[in-house]
Design a protein around this ligand. Sequence first.
Ligand SMILES: [Zn+2]
Length: 268
Amino acid sequence: MTETSTLPDYPRGITFEQVWAGMMEDRDRQLESIKPEFVVSIPTAEEEVNIVLLELSRLKSMEARNYWIMLPNTSLFIEFENKLRADRILTNADRIAIKNHFINDVYDPTDYQPSFDTLCRVAERANKEIEKFIMLKNSWGFNVPENYQVRMTLYGPCGRAFPDTGEMLIRINKKNTWVFDPLTTILHEAIHIGKSNIITQRYNVPHWTNERLVDLIGVKLIPDYIIELPVNLAELPIDIIFENPDVLDRLPYYVEEFMREHSKSVEK
Ligand SMILES: [Zn+2]
């Protein structure tokens, strides 16, 4: 047998280095194609009215926590909001009236365009931080979905996360002005998605402690993250665990310890 017959069958004139470089490029392309990213979308009228109905159903409990909930500013909606605040519930006929009114008189897809362009740029920037989430995933199972679906809405609180599907709602306005930094809001909701099952649910972390925890993870991981919670809500003892240099590597352990020691003193 000649020596050449045992070599891999490279096309003539191509060096081993070139073949190797090609294999590496293919691998990079494959890795690139499976990398999660933030995908921004404008809601259809149907999707948006379903969000409005969801926010109406949670209106009383959100307002009890001092959240400011945006809803369509028409007399029909104000009437329904007051009905819900007075402990009444929406009937099927109410829901149909809301849907028809919203789709015919309120929804306008052009309202979303200015903020869409901004959010797409923010999403590009946020994509650069996903690697850090993947590190937490490898350390202790932080949930990183296939992609983050960033659904724009004109209604509700400034953000809302759906950990089971990797979706988030980001509230925008027609003028493309922002009450909260949009990059922080997107990353904040991504951290909720990441830690919801493995920490929040498992250790039954109370609401504001959980919000503080999300923000503390945010600032520790991401240089541009801005803590926007009011100071009185921010002064909860969960800050203590962040004095440990390895807190992010072993976060579930530290939260479990914290909850065991402080479960009687933190708010429910
Ligand atoms: Zn939050």
